[in-house]
Design a protein around this ligand. Structure first.
Ligand code: ACO
Length: 392
């Protein structure tokens, strides 16, 4: 039954009935000053600056400042912002205790969702909705998420907890906690670039979910918990992990052709391809392709890169004309694998970065808030009789 076939609730404002827009693909539901996307031309800008230029020249910390302040920082401002972040790296003892109680079989995204939520329990200002209070919570969330992910991974691997390293940037401190060793500059930069590329992306599903939650005047921790849960799905952030599962399943380049063609013939998804907004190559994928080649070569994973490139070429020939091109998740899988990250940490890496975009959007929402409450078109029966249970 189509949505227009039945009478629906009139618009609360008394105006014309709202249009039904499955998947909200043609609905503008928020204003933002942070990122601009032109899906037809393959453009992504943060506050007007092209993503390629940021990936080449910026750092994650500088990019977060840019997103939150709508301008690049001066040298002393960036130093002060980095100090403020580093002062918030550490977790409360209660959070380490909680990590220690999680079953080791928990997947990292379930653990992260639980732990982000738990941060509220040790923040007495969790329900402070002021802009300043929300900005402080945004800072804490960006600063603490790396320690949540790394220490959950250590816990499940039977390793002792590792404290964050406030002498390093977010990427360096995270990799040091995770592996127990300070990363090389190249590894640090590789993760830093991935963090820049994932920091914000318009009103994607998880950002929308975060804005819906904060718009009820719930709290920042609840909004970030909502967002982590939404990102987890394989149609969204969970796709980077699925890409790696697929690459492992294919195994060797000579099997690419048969694998991809069989998937398409069965109308199954090839993960890491397609995007709601981009109908050409996702510009983040363009940069990551070149970057992942370098990281893969440096770490002896050339074959993985070559296999990814072969899949891309085949998909371009088979479904490029339908607007299905690589998205950010496709080459980030090769990059994360080359960095030595376990497969199920790929999506948490996305969350670690996107915490900046999610929280920035929540503050934008709070600055000009209105409850987000769309309508559903009722397509069930009317005037149905209540039948007592004994008579059913
Ligand atoms: N592989 C094969 N076919 C695809 C793919 C794909 N990856 N993506 C889309 N298609 C096909 C669909 O089957 C559909 O075909 P049809 O017209 O014959 O029915 C057509 O392209 C249109 O696809 P939709 O699902 O309508 O596109 P939508 O905008 O709703 O979905 C989405 C976008 C969810 C990203 C989709 O492309 C997909 O599932 N991709 C794989 C998962 C993935 O990589 N997700 C990460 C997205 S990026 C991110 O969230 C960070």
């Amino acid at each position: 039954m189509t949505a227009t076939a039945v009478p629906s609730t009139p618009s609360p404002s008394g105006s014309a009935k709202p249009a039904w827009d499955k998947g909200l693909a043609n609905t503008i539901a928020a204003e933002t000053e942070m990122s601009f996307i032109d899906g037809g031309k393959g453009i992504l800008e943060y506050v007007g600056i092209d993503i390629d230029s940021l990936a080449r020249n910026s750092t994650y910390e500088e990019t977060v400042f840019l997103l939150w302040n709508r301008r690049l920082p001066k040298k002393d401002e960036l130093a002060a912002f980095e100090r403020a972040l580093r002062a918030e790296y550490e977790l409360a003892p209660e959070i380490y205790n909680l990590i220690a109680t999680l079953p080791k079989s928990t997947t990292p995204m379930h653990a992260l969702r639980t732990l982000v939520s738990a941060l509220a329990t040790v923040d007495p200002t969790a329900d402070d909705h002021s802009i300043e209070g929300s900005q402080l919570k945004a800072l804490k969330l960006v600063a603490k998420t790396p320690a949540l992910i790394a220490n959950f991974d250590r816990h499940r691997s039977g390793k002792p907890f590792a404290k964050p390293d406030a002498s390093q940037n977010i990427a360096g401190s995270f990799l040091t906690m995770l592996t127990g060793q300070k990363p090389t500059d190249a590894m640090n930069r590789a993760l830093d670039v991935c963090l820049i590329l994932h920091a914000d992306h318009g009103l994607n599903a998880s950002t929308f979910a975060a804005r819906v939650t904060i718009a009820t005047l719930s709290d920042m921790y609840s909004a970030m918990t909502t967002a982590v849960g939404t990102l987890k799905g394989p149609l969204h952030g969970g796709a980077n992990e699925e890409v790696m599962v697929m690459l492992n399943e294919i195994g060797t380049i000579d099997r690419v052709d048969a694998f991809v063609k069989a998937k398409l013939a069965k109308k199954e998804l090839v993960m890491g391809f397609g995007h709601r907004v981009y109908k050409t190559t996702d510009p983040r994928a363009t940069y990551l392709k070149t970057f992942s080649k370098q990281v893969a070569t440096d770490t002896g994973n050339e074959k993985l890169y070559e296999m990814s490139r072969t899949i891309e070429d085949l998909m371009a020939a088979e479904v490029g004309s339908k607007g299905i091109w690589p998205n950010v998740d496709f080459y980030s899988a090769t990059t994360y694998h080359s960095l030595g990250l376990r497969l199920d940490l790929f999506t948490p890496m996305f969350a670690m970065s996107r915490m900046a975009g999610w929280s920035g959007h929540c503050i934008e929402q709070l600055r000009d808030n209105r409850l987000i409450r769309p309508q559903a078109s009722y397509i069930g029966p009317h005037a149905a009789k209540y039948v007592p249970i004994a008579e059913r």
